[in-house]
Design a protein around this ligand. Structure first.
Ligand code: FAD
Length: 446
């Protein structure tokens, strides 16, 4: 008889491991299949954590790249060990190996069969590649290779102006590389507020990062001198060449479902290869669910975690739920960029009438004391009800500041609610309060 579980989660990233822990907390007999040697998925091993470890190592130190990489590996090691500890604490079995769905209620891990009342697909995503630009993880790298370079490139060309390219571009720029970001669109961080994106481009430009916007890469040629990229205007025009010693391809990620046996099991995928789910993370096959990067929505660790918890609670007979209107997105450059809810472009498209409150960090005492005054807080509120519909920040600790607005939005707050809340002085959070005051044109410190 195969061993039997209430829940088998395939994938031990933030979606999968959180789902497994929550399911076990709720009394379900749970296992999590992970084939990597360590738990934590893309996020802990080759994503959020190592990239932030490198971003955090840099300020004001004399470069010792080997030590910096060793520190990054230590940070990753402590985090992935932490997940292993949490599995033991919560009695989640780690089934080491590659999992596949062998039919409803059946999972196979490296040939060993298990029965599962519920199967959860949490296999995440992998980097997209670009035709004509062949990744070797040495001179043409994805984010994984960019976290492992053994020397600082003289010139790093980053293809893609999204958050991963900008964060890793920032790491290597700070270490002395010349960095050129090549972006197909005529703006950075697509999907984020357009005014923030403009300021972001200016601030990163001041730091020396070069931008080639509205430009597409059509090919790459490796030679003794490095990699020669052929580029041309996105709208068409004469081609030119850019020589770089390392090229980072960061044009997005795709859902990863290879070798899972989903087609045979009858699990439907959409036209982008993502697992199709209903509002409760059920796939087209009863008893098989999916969460995280492998389904539609922002590819973010905290989104995957929220889905993991909601699904575990539903599997335990409770009412789990994710509020997709309130999912923050943060770019961990310096200054940081953070965004939540709808942008002005979204609201215009949806015909929603809104008010804008803005406050610059140049007028915030704490930011001035810190010597980091680039950026501003912007709050968008409904004209009729004053309910906060979106908030966008570029500036020091934007990623921390956005949490207040996430809580406010989760509670359905108005801009006046935030404006009338006492904020400590002198703190960066006063810029949030002032932006909320500015929605009604009554900011005090500008
Ligand atoms: C460089 C970089 C920086 C990032 N920074 C951030 C950030 O700052 N903030 C943020 O929110 N997000 C960030 N992300 C995105 C974040 O890492 C993902 O959104 C998140 O990891 C998705 O979680 P997941 O559980 O869906 O999948 P994953 O973390 O991808 O985990 C899936 C796991 O499933 C395993 N697996 C796959 N198939 C099988 C199989 N058949 N059998 C067994 N195991 C299998 C894989 O080995 C993997 O460990 C970053 C990503 C990258 C690449």
């Amino acid at each position: 008889m195969p061993e039997s579980y209430d829940v088998v989660v395939i994938g031990g990233g933030p979606g999968g491991y959180v789902c497994a822990i929550r399911a076990a907390q709720l009394g379900l007999r749970t296992a999590c299949v992970e084939r990597r040697a360590t738990l934590g998925g893309t996020c802990l091993n080759i994503g959020c954590i190592p990239s932030k470890a490198l971003l955090q190592s840099i300020e004001g130190v004399k470069l010792d790249l080997k030590r910096m990489m060793a520190r990054k590996d230590d940070v990753v090691g402590a985090n992935v060990k932490g997940v292993e500890f949490l599995f033991k604490k919560n009695k989640v079995d780690w089934l080491k190996g590659s999992g596949r769905v062998a039919g409803p209620g059946k999972v196979e891990v490296d040939g060993v069969a298990y029965d599962a009342k519920h199967i959860v697909i949490a296999t995440g995503s992998e980097s997209l590649t670009l035709p004509g630009v062949e990744v070797d993880e040495h001179s043409i790298v994805t984010s994984t290779g960019a976290l492992e370079l053994d020397q600082v490139p003289r010139h790093l060309a980053v293809i893609g102006g999204g958050y991963i390219g900008l964060e890793l571009g920032s790491v290597w720029k700070r270490l002395g590389a010349e960095v050129t970001v090549i972006e197909y669109l005529d703006r950075l961080v697509p999907g984020m507020d357009a005014e923030i994106a403009k300021t972001f481009e200016r601030v990163l430009g001041k730091q020396g990062i070069k931008f080639r916007l509205g430009t597409k890469v059509t090919g790459a040629r490796k030679g003794n001198e490095g990699v020669t990229l052929t580029v041309e205007p996105s709208k068409g025009g004469p081609a030119e060449e850019i020589l770089a010693d390392v090229v980072l391809v960061s044009i997005g990620r795709r859902a990863y479902t290879d070798g899972l046996g989903l087609a045979e099991a009858g699990v439907a995928l959409d036209d982008r290869g993502r697992v199709v789910v209903d509002a409760h993370y059920g796939t087209s096959v009863p008893g098989i669910h999916a969460i995280g990067d492998v389904i539609a929505g922002p590819m973010l660790a905290h989104k995957a975690e929220e889905e993991g918890v909601a699904l575990a609670e539903r599997m335990a007979g409770q009412a789990g739920h994710v509020n997709y209107d309130v999912i923050p997105g943060v770019v961990y450059t310096w200054p940081e960029v953070a965004s939540i809810g709808r942008t002005e472009d979204d609201l215009k498209k949806q015909g929603v009438s809104y008010k804008v409150g803005k406050f610059p960090f140049t007028a915030n005492g704490r930011a001035r004391a810190m010597g980091t005054t680039d950026g501003f807080v912007k709050i968008l509120a409904d004209t009729a009800t004053d309910r906060i519909l979106g908030a966008h920040i570029i500036g020091p600790d934007a990623g921390g500041l956005i949490a207040e607005l996430a809580t406010a939005m989760e509670f359905g707050a108005s801009s006046e609610d935030v404006a009338r809340t006492c904020h400590a002085h002198p703190s960066l959070s006063e810029a949030v309060k002032e932006a909320a005051l500015a929605v009604e044109g009554r900011a005090l410190h500008i």
